[in-house]
Design a protein around this ligand. Structure first.
Ligand SMILES: [Zn+2]
Ligand SMILES: [Zn+2]
Length: 331
């Protein structure tokens, strides 16, 4: 395919991204096919559009938009459900997203939301990546009910978990519960958060691509003399080196070995035995990161004040498996 020079086809491709902000490979195929069809006056088969075709348009778009601190990035969905359910060998869904390469999420939200709403979003992120991201249980998810409980601004939430929130301190006002609910809906509809079948809200692939740098600088301690004061909250897959919020972890909770579900197969294919990439102990594949960790933790330590739900309640709010870890402190 000829993509020398930046022309109407490139502009149309970029516009498609501006309108959607994120596209899977399967969604991008018909978009690019339509653009090429219109340009050439002949019908282009979407099925014939390859990764390389889209990659060429992404590269051209990136050259055009980099002065504006924008970039189309590529990632793979971390969750195993789509990839594994029916056809275990289906590769994970490839996602392209138009992301802002410099500003943090709180700055980006500033054009649409009030300071109090943005402070609420920060409390939600703190909950996901600090409160609900402990050595014993790396959930990195939040339920609707947990989010609504963060509507109040002033409360110190019993545990001093507000890492990096000093500057917003007492300034933020409470949201009402309805406002908090509406904010969560907006964050889902704008593609920052997505809701799982069991009702857990997590960052979307696009949000992770966009926020990776910010998450690391916000939730991981700086290294001092080559040593961190505590284990990093934001961790990376030993195989693909991308951020991991859904996947598998080493059985040793002190170990930083992590692998995406879709990276496990390829990673161990090249080894004689399934050993942790970091500590070299056996890899059971039964310790998890993400909502499976939360589900596991709630099974192991059933909380007396948690209502027991049947597992397959449709459209469950997902508030059942919520560990309110107050006893646990990272040392
Ligand atoms: Zn990986
Ligand atoms: Zn290990």
């Amino acid at each position: 395919m000829e993509t020398n020079g930046y022309d109407d086809r490139n502009r149309a491709f970029l516009q498609a991204f501006m309108a959607r902000s994120t596209m899977t490979f399967e969604e991008a195929q018909p978009v690019l096919a339509a653009i090429l069809s219109a340009n050439q006056g002949t019908t282009v088969d979407p099925e014939g559009i390859t990764h390389e075709d889209i990659g060429a348009f992404v590269d051209a778009a990136n050259s055009a938009i980099s002065p504006f601190d924008l970039e189309i990035r590529t990632t793979r969905r971390q969750d195993p459900k789509e990839a594994n359910q029916d056809a275990p060998n289906t590769p994970p869904v490839l996602v392209y997203a138009l992301v802002n390469t410099t500003s943090d999420p709180l700055t980006q939200l500033a054009t649409t939301y009030s300071a109090d709403e943005i402070a609420f979003v920060k409390r939600v992120l703190d909950f996901m990546f600090d409160t609900n991201n402990r050595r014993r249980c790396e959930g990195m998810v939040i339920t609707q009910m947990q989010a609504v409980q963060l509507a109040k601004a002033g409360e110190d939430r019993r545990r001093s978990t507000n890492v990096g929130t000093q500057q917003e301190g007492g300034a933020a006002q409470n949201l009402t519960m309805t406002q908090a609910q509406d904010m969560m809906k907006s964050l889902v509809s704008e593609g920052w958060l997505e809701k799982s079948r069991k009702g857990y809200l997590s960052l979307t692939p696009r949000a992770l691509m966009e926020l990776r740098t910010w998450l690391v600088s916000t939730y991981n301690d700086d290294e001092e003399d080559g040593r961190r004061r505590r284990a990093p909250r934001i961790k990376f897959c030993a195989a693909c080196k991308d951020i991991i919020t859904v996947g598998q972890r080493c059985d040793d909770h002190e170990c930083l070995g992590r692998l995406h579900d879709h990276c496990v197969r390829n990673f161990f294919r090249m080894q004689q035995a399934e050993k942790c990439p970091v500590c070299k102990e056996d890899w059971s594949g039964e310790s998890f990161v993400g909502e499976r960790a939360v589900e596991e933790a709630s099974r192991v330590r059933p909380s007396t004040n948690v209502r027991q739900r049947t597992q397959d309640t449709p459209e469950a709010d997902g508030d059942s498996g919520a560990p309110e870890d107050s006893e646990e402190e990272e040392g």
